[in-house]
Design a binder for this molecule. Structure first.
Ligand code: GCB
Length: 881
């Protein structure tokens, strides 16, 4: 039998299924149709699969425990069946985003190339078409390329054709497709007030053939109800090539202004009309909003002459389990979530995002800044500079008409880890190159769009950015400030703001980032920096919001980040994820999101902030049958009354939008109700009460304890609650001897911040009691299941600490051998345990056994050192019967 290569066979089968695209215009001279389906994909040397767009080849390989992901070539192929009607038309492929280098081949011939993951490009393909069985091939590559930004950053550089792909068919005369991926129409409002506005429209038109063509350019402004409020017709004699035509629509009376409360959108419809036949040759639409704005170094931001504090968040474009191949509806939903939070600003960081994002901002009344991905470092090459300038041009032209945009930005923390730190003279040259690049980008931006502001974003090294000159170049200085997280205390934040106001008195400022990691699975009643608890993040955000809201000169602040996002180089409690989101990576609100609602809502707002923490547990306060734990309510009301199972726990006054009670939880269900006037919120908490002494009335079922830890950990998959430890108390349980693991070599962490291999429950293993002698449970006689959890936290692969982690030094860890015996009730359980040798460093080890407890002896686990100090990371005990 004839052997057909499986790749070829699948291609034959797949190509056979295609239908023919007719080029007749839908209505207005042009036709667009999505080409998101029916692609064949394979990695270089990989097997072929069918995929739909959006697609990334990294969605799965970032889910594993190991660091790194495929960065290389991926090849997409698809058939295109255009019929005869497409002949004589102009045919284009529109790519909204391919990461990060792309080559587009049509029938094996190179039709176009593009550099950069985050901007649209349009490839004219008519010259390469056969008009039957045409084959499109897109060769995408996300390899490291030192000439393309970003070079390094705290996010994952997913590869692939991850945004919509469209086929565009126009007449030979059309609004230009050569204007850097834009619509070819550029709208400004040179004059706008509440009583009158003018609109200027620049239309770029392509005409490929020779000879003169007489057309009319008809531009109409429609209001939101579809009524034409102004129009202008210009007679044009088009000659061969491209030209730009300017139309001025003067005095639109009493324009309805665009603002966050009333995001009123007009629409500008541009038509090229054939003078002879009256046929519409081409047509495009663009949004239009009437608004004016100003940043003032002393008084902050003004929209339509009214002061407006810009509060919002930054956003990354990836999503849980999908990488950057996020479907349209989920992209738009992010902006709805920002709006519902009470935000009025989006920092589109660190790169331009899907066109849907700014469309949603226009519609919902969210102001925005957009930036190109020059993050952390630059390459001092002409190619790098040229690519940056090109990205900036594409970004500006593609997004020019969005009323939501008020700022173009171009650099983020470029002095964070400067190159050449061992060669100061060379470093000065590097700084000079950064300054030059910033100046070029700023000049280009002001030239391309004098109607908006420019922004350069720095980390908190005030003096360094000043010295290099980066605070002088942009119109607004952005600061990413993490006092109380990576360094210092939260209170230092306000000092920094005041310093800017004093020393850069003429420069408007934005707090472009601030945030603390909050793992939604971690809670603490003794929150501290780096513990990743929701509670620490709440305190942190209160301090920051108070400082910004009380200082008029601070134009605004953007929380980092709207949602958790993929960052492959990160380890910590949720490896490969940055947990600073107000939403989880699957867009579940964290309690910090509710805090923002409380600060920003205009209507009465009341929310029990531990709404997601419905499975709680704790040790009874004494022999009593309850355990007191704090519970918080976020509100914008003055005071709130709390009820537990119908009984009032009193009225509390809100401090910084939070009321807190000590709630005496009982075993089982606890109905909690918060009430203020007409407003209320209610949750049911299922509480597992642990006996104060095992001999008490409360029946012991099971307990999960984290050693060396003050945090609670909610294992969402197995529905287990892990509790902080306690020192041993007679009649109860706890550790004897040792102290909590404190990190190594002055690295300021909570427990260890290393990725623990072999588990998704990293927090169970990241803390431990070092030098432990014994752990005891004074349980009554019976059958029990005991599990001991270990991980060697010292040693293993020493990775460079995160660039953002300013407090971390990079000294190598001192690794000592650790060997110990474990015995249970005097009987050897594990002898000569050497975790590093037997299991590997930072690897989860769980050892389970059953025990018969008799003669009232309870359970005593002994740890005997042979070399180094014994450790225990976590322990579980379950009563079988
Ligand atoms: C920053 C960076 C951002 C990081 C963030 C963090 O300053 O601009 O890309 O993700 O800090 O979480 O460390």
């Amino acid at each position: 039998m004839l052997q057909v290569n499986p790749l070829i066979r699948s291609l034959i089968l797949f190509f056979a299924a295609f239908w023919v695209i007719n080029a007749d215009a839908q209505d207005a001279g042009r036709k667009t149709i999505s080409l998101n389906d029916q692609w064949e994909f394979h990695k270089e040397n990989g097997s072929v699969e069918k995929v739909n767009i959006p697609h990334t080849w990294n969605d799965q390989d970032v889910l594993d425990d190991v660091s790194g992901y495929y960065r290389g070539l991926g090849i997409y192929k698809r058939k295109l069946n255009l019929d005869e009607s497409a002949k004589g038309k102009a045919v284009f492929l529109v790519f909204n985003g391919v990461a990060q280098e792309a080559e587009v081949l049509v029938n094996g011939k190179l039709a176009g190339k593009h550099i950069g993951s985050y901007t649209r490009f349009i490839v004219p393909i008519s010259p390469y078409l056969n008009y039957s069985d045409d084959v499109i091939e897109v060769r995408a590559n996300n390899r490291f390329n030192e000439d393309i930004a970003p070079l390094t950053a705290d996010f994952t550089f997913f590869g692939g054709m991850y945004r919509n792909v469209t086929l565009l068919i126009t007449n030979p005369v059309h609004f230009s497709q050569r204007e850097n991926g834009s619509s070819g129409v550029f709208i400004t409002t040179p004059q706008v007030s509440a009583t009158t506005a003018s609109v200027q429209i620049k239309s770029s038109i392509d005409k490929p053939s020779t000879g003169v063509k007489k057309v009319q350019l008809l531009t109409t402004v429609f209001d939101a109800r579809g009524r034409a409020v102004a129009s202008q017709t210009t007679a044009l004699n088009l000659v061969n090539g491209n030209a730009i035509y300017v139309q001025d629509i003067k005095s639109i009376k009493n324009p309805e202004l665009w603002s966050p409360e009333n995001p009123y959108l007009y629409r500008v419809v541009s038509k090229i009309i054939d003078v002879k036949t009256k046929a519409i040759i081409d047509q495009v639409s663009n949004p239009l909003g009437f608004r004016w704005f100003k940043f003032d170094a002393d008084k902050g931001f003004f929209l339509n002459d009214k002061p407006l504090k810009l509060i919002g968040a930054s956003r990354h474009q990836d999503y849980e389990n999908l990488g950057n191949a996020t479907p349209d509806a989920l992209q738009t939903r992010d902006i709805e979530l920002l709006k519902n939070m009470g935000g009025n600003f989006l920092r589109v960081a660190h790169y331009p995002q899907d066109p849907l994002i700014l469309e949603a901002c226009d519609r919902l009344g969210i102001l925005a800044s957009v930036e190109i991905p020059v993050v952390n470092t630059i390459t001092e090459s002409e190619a790098f500079t040229a690519n940056c300038l090109n990205m900036q041009t594409e970004m500006i032209k593609q997004n020019f008409n969005h009323p939501s945009i008020i700022i173009w930005a171009y650099m983020n923390e470029v002095l964070l880890r400067p190159k050449f730190s061992n060669d100061k003279p060379r470093q000065q040259i590097y700084y000079e190159h950064i300054r030059e690049l910033a100046q070029k980008l700023d000049d280009l931006t002001r030239k391309e769009d004098p109607s908006r502001y420019t922004l350069l974003v720095n980390h908190g090294a005030f003096d360094v950015y000043n010295k290099v000159g980066l605070t002088k170049i942009p119109m607004i200085v952005g600061w990413n400030l993490y006092s109380g997280w990576y360094s210092g205390a939260p209170a230092d934040f306000a000092k920094f703001l005041d310093r800017h106001h004093k020393e850069l008195a003429d420069k408007p400022m934005l707090v472009t980032e601030y945030g603390a990691d909050a793992d939604p699975r971690i809670r603490s009643f003794l929150p501290v920096r780096f513990d990743k608890s929701i509670e620490y993040a709440i305190q942190f955000n209160q301090v920051y919001l108070n400082a910004m809201l009380s200082r008029p000169f601070v134009s605004g602040g953007m929380a980092w980040n709207l949602a958790d996002f993929n960052s492959e180089t990160r380890e910590e409690t949720m490896p490969h994820i940055n947990n600073k989101g107000l939403l989880t990576i699957g867009r579940e609100p964290k309690d910090t999101y509710f805090l923002y609602q409380a600060y920003l809502a205009s209507k009465p707002y009341l929310k029990i902030t531990s709404a997601q923490w419905k499975e709680r547990g704790g040790v009874a306060d004494s022999a009593y049958a309850s355990c007191s734990q704090p519970l918080q309510v976020a509100t914008n009301l003055l005071s709130v009354e709390l009820f537990l199972n119908g009984k009032s726990l009193g009225v509390k006054t809100a401090i910084d939008h939070i009321c807190q009670w000590d709630v005496p939880f009982v075993d089982g269900n606890n109905q909690i109700k918060a009430v203020s006037g007409e407003n209320s919120d209610q949750i049911d908490v299922n509480f597992q009460l642990q006996p104060y002494r095992f001999a008490d009335q409360i029946q012991f079922k099971n307990i999960n304890v984290l050693l060396g830890s003050k945090r609670f950990y909610i294992d969402e998959k197995e529905h287990q609650l892990w509790m902080p430890d306690q020192p041993y108390r007679t009649g109860s349980w706890g550790w004897i001897g040792g102290e909590p693991f404190k990190g190594t070599n002055n690295r300021i962490t909570y427990g260890s911040d290393k990725n623990i291999l072999g588990t998704d429950n990293d927090p169970i293993y990241q803390t431990q009691q070092v030098g432990i002698k014994q752990f005891k449970f004074d349980v009554p006689d019976g059958e029990y299941e005991l599990s001991l959890h270990f991980a060697e936290l010292v040693g293993g692969e020493t990775k460079e600490a995160l660039a953002y982690n300013l407090d971390n030094n990079h000294k190598k860890e001192v690794v000592e051998q650790r060997i110990f015996d474990v015995a249970i009730n005097g009987v050897s359980f594990m002898s000569k345990l050497n975790m590093a040798k037997d299991f590997g460093y930072t690897t989860a080890v769980k050892k389970k056994t059953t025990i018969t407890v008799q003669n009232g002896k309870g359970i005593a686990i002994d740890f005997n050192a042979i070399e180094g100090k014994p450790v225990l990371n976590a322990i579980q005990l379950r009563k079988i019967y």
